[in-house]
Design a protein around this ligand. Structure first.
Ligand code: NAD
Length: 338
């Protein structure tokens, strides 16, 4: 019987890259029943709600979703759909691998690191206000609970040890935000003694940003709070060739929402320019999560082979002879089936 999976196309390049991912996943022969659900600006325009109840009900039912990026207004507009979804379903671990891919010209071709970002707390508490009617100052409240910090640090150590990784680095700003970010440091230091086979160290976030640019291979699994993880994972995507290549998973218990690290890319939307790799690799993570390990391997091998060959890749990878999203997707589909 087909396994139901919620498909959220999202906004901007979202529909194009999720369509690509569906085609690539289906080429593996896996039996999935896609249940399409709206979110983001598209949902707001069609239903007056960026995250309709029907979408939440679908995800609650299927427990697994493949999601395209959704628009979030800068300064004003509706609350972030992503933050809402992650909080609604306690998808507390945002797993964002950055791996140098074959055939992709980038700063660090051999890089292989994973950012594990706490996904539900910190400065993403949705508690912000002006202090007066003149808007003379703004306040945002950051909350990091001991239980959520323990949960994410445990996830990172378990992730590292179960996948044979060598090291965990906790990133914080405990020299200034001594309580808000000192908590994850304290917990990670204590928990590290339970994992004697893993190296463990810590970095202050500003130093971490510099060291990631200068010498990223000293790191392996990075665990950090919400905002730092958001920023550092984009930085890491830049190290391996850009946002079009970095997948992400939002995990909590048996539930998972899989998506690209990138956003809606309004500058290239509707132009057949988007690189589908990141959302297809998010599909690989989704297949692994669902236990379809052979299909995941075959799909990943097909993506890597198309990238390595370099003939059917989008222009962010090959600016002179790149092809469109559709042609790259077709090459991946053909490779999966061959
Ligand atoms: P963005 O990731 O959409 O784009 C940044 C740059 O990367 C752009 O130049 C874009 O063209 C390029 N890019 C992104 N994805 C690409 C791809 N697949 N192939 C080739 N190039 C690609 O970031 P932004 O412009 O800061 O944000 C646009 C919108 O997306 C905002 O509304 C933001 O809130 C939203 N956003 C959503 C998510 C999500 O839903 N998970 C994540 C990040 C941003």
């Amino acid at each position: 019987m087909a396994t139901p999976v919620t498909l959220i196309p999202g906004d901007g390049i979202g529909p194009a890259v999720t369509e690509a991912a569906v085609a690539a996943i289906e080429a593996t022969g896996v039996d999935i029943q896609w249940i399409e659900a709206l979110a983001g600006m598209t949902a707001f325009e069609e239903k007056g709600d960026p995250l309709p109840a029907s979408t939440l009900e679908s995800v609650a039912h299927t427990r697994v979703a493949l999601k395209g990026p959704c628009t979030t207004g800068v300064r004003g507009g509706f609350r972030s759909v992503n933050v809402h979804l992650r909080k609604e379903f306690s998808l507390y671990a945002n797993v964002r691998p950055s791996r140098g891919l074959p055939g992709v010209d980038c700063l660090y071709p051999g890089l292989d690191l994973v950012v594990i970002r706490e996904n539900t707390e910190g400065l993403y508490s949705n508690m912000e206000h002006w202090v007066d009617d003149q808007k003379s100052a703004a306040i945002a409240i950051g909350i990091n609970t001991r239980s959520a910090m323990e949960r994410i640090v445990r996830y990172a150590f378990e992730y590292a040890s179960s996948r044979g990784r060598r090291k965990v680095t906790v990133v914080h700003k405990a020299n200034i935000l001594k309580l808000l970010t000192g908590l994850i440091l304290e917990i990670a230091e204590t928990m590290s003694s339970e994992y004697p086979d893993l190296e463990f160290d810590d970095r202050i976030v500003d130093n971490m940003a510099m060291q990631l640019v200068m010498n990223p291979s000293q790191f392996d699994v990075i665990v950090t709070t919400n905002l730092f993880g958001d920023i550092l994972s984009d930085l890491c995507a830049g190290l391996i060739g850009g946002l079009g290549l970095a997948p992400g998973a939002n995990i909590g218990g048996d539930m998972g929402i899989f998506e690209a690290v990138h956003g809606t890319a309004p500058d290239i939307a509707g132009k057949d320019l988007a690189n589908p790799t990141s959302v297809i690799l998010a599909g690989v993570m989704m297949l692994e999560h669902m236990g379809h390990l052979d299909e995941a391997k075959r799909l990943e091998a097909a993506v890597l082979s198309v990238l390595e060959e370099g003939k059917y890749v989008t222009r962010d990878i090959n600016p002179t002879n790149g092809v469109g999203t559709k042609a790259m997707t077709q090459a991946i589909v053909d490779r999966v089936k061959s």
